[in-house]
Design a protein around this ligand. Structure first.
Ligand SMILES: Cc1cc2nc3c(=O)[nH]c(=O)nc-3n(C[C@H](O)[C@H](O)[C@H](O)COP(=O)(O)OP(=O)(O)OC[C@H]3O[C@@H](n4cnc5c(N)ncnc54)[C@H](O)[C@@H]3O)c2cc1C
Length: 50
């Protein structure tokens, strides 16, 4: 939900680096933008907490 790594605090993933197995309908750019926004927002929140 936050695109955060489960193994490393403060590490977030988005876009092409994700190995998504599921229905994206070929909308990889959309997926990259959406996961990028989520990862960016949560990385910012994480940085503020620290
Ligand atoms: C030929 C082709 C056609 C496609 N057609 C479609 C389509 O029609 N519809 C669709 O939805 N998707 C399409 N895709 C997929 C879509 O383009 C990608 O899924 C999407 O662009 C991934 O975005 P990204 O930001 O994760 O990665 P990228 O767009 O690859 O961005 C990664 C960025 O990181 C930069 N970078 C790399 N290494 C470093 C470094 N060490 N330091 C700093 N920067 C670095 C790169 O220069 C690049 O700008 C297509 C892909 C290809 C190759």
């Amino acid at each position: 939900k936050t695109m955060a790594s489960r193994k490393k605090d403060g590490l977030f993933f988005c876009g092409e680096i994700l190995d998504i197995h599921g229905y994206t309908g070929g909308y990889n750019i959309t997926s990259a933008l959406v996961t990028g926004r989520i990862a960016g927002m949560n990385a910012g929140a994480f940085a503020k907490e620290g």
